[in-house]
Design a protein around this ligand. Structure first.
Ligand code: S6P
Ligand code: ZN
Length: 188
């Protein structure tokens, strides 16, 4: 379908895809995402800053087509834990996704839903991360400037925030000796 092949423009400064919808997550939307709940409430009492935005271009064509999400994740930490996205599984569990880093310095935390195994992969400018199906994924900004990235996923993937919302990821990424470290949430 030639009409669907029209080039789409990314505005990395505004975090927008031409023709896409735009949504924002503020600190107050991330209750339960950060490990240090006390520090989270302290930070929220001081203000409710933007943590990330996503400009989404959903395919209208359905099965077999692709959708796009342009994410902009701010730099910062709650306690020692870097700013992060909520994270999700795809509702259609088989759906994989490709992330392309465009600006900044980040990581992707992957967690296999079946084995529980975690992987921490670099997501900085010009890096590609493949997210297999059945894998919870979360983006983390470990830098000092906004992390900008593009996610491309099957149009019928859907987003399931429920499982992560209830139990969170097993591991957290915290700053230790000025570097990111992957730690077991239960042993912090
Ligand atoms: C969609 C893709 C991204 C995320 C974005 C925000 O499948 O993975 O566009 O939506 O990184 O993360 P989250 O977990 O709040 O959707
Ligand atoms: Zn996804």
């Amino acid at each position: 379908m030639i009409a669907a092949a029209v080039a789409r423009r990314l505005d990395l400064d505004l975090g927008r895809i031409a023709g896409g919808t735009f949504s924002c997550r503020f600190l107050g939307d991330l209750r339960g995402s950060f490990a240090d709940r006390e520090r989270y409430e302290e930070a929220l009492a001081r203000g409710n800053p933007l943590i990330y935005s996503v400009s989404t271009l959903e395919s209208a064509a359905g099965d077999g087509d692709l959708s796009y999400g342009l994410g902009v994740l701010m730099p910062g930490k709650i306690g020692r834990e870097y700013f992060l996205t909520k994270g999700h599984l795809h509702a259609w569990r088989e759906a994989a996704e490709v992330y392309v880093g465009l600006r900044g310095h980040g990581l992707m935390l992957l967690e296999d839903e079946q084995s529980g195994e975690s992987k921490l992969l670099p997501l900085s400018a010009n890096e590609i991360v493949y997210v297999p199906g059945h894998t919870a994924h979360r983006t983390i900004n470990i830098g000092t400037v906004p992390l900008v990235y593009l996610g491309v996923y099957p149009a019928n993937a859907g987003h399931d925030y429920g499982a992560i919302g209830e139990r969170n990821f097993r591991n957290v990424v915290i700053e230790e000796a000025s570097s990111p470290a992957l730690r077991d949430r239960m042993k912090l």
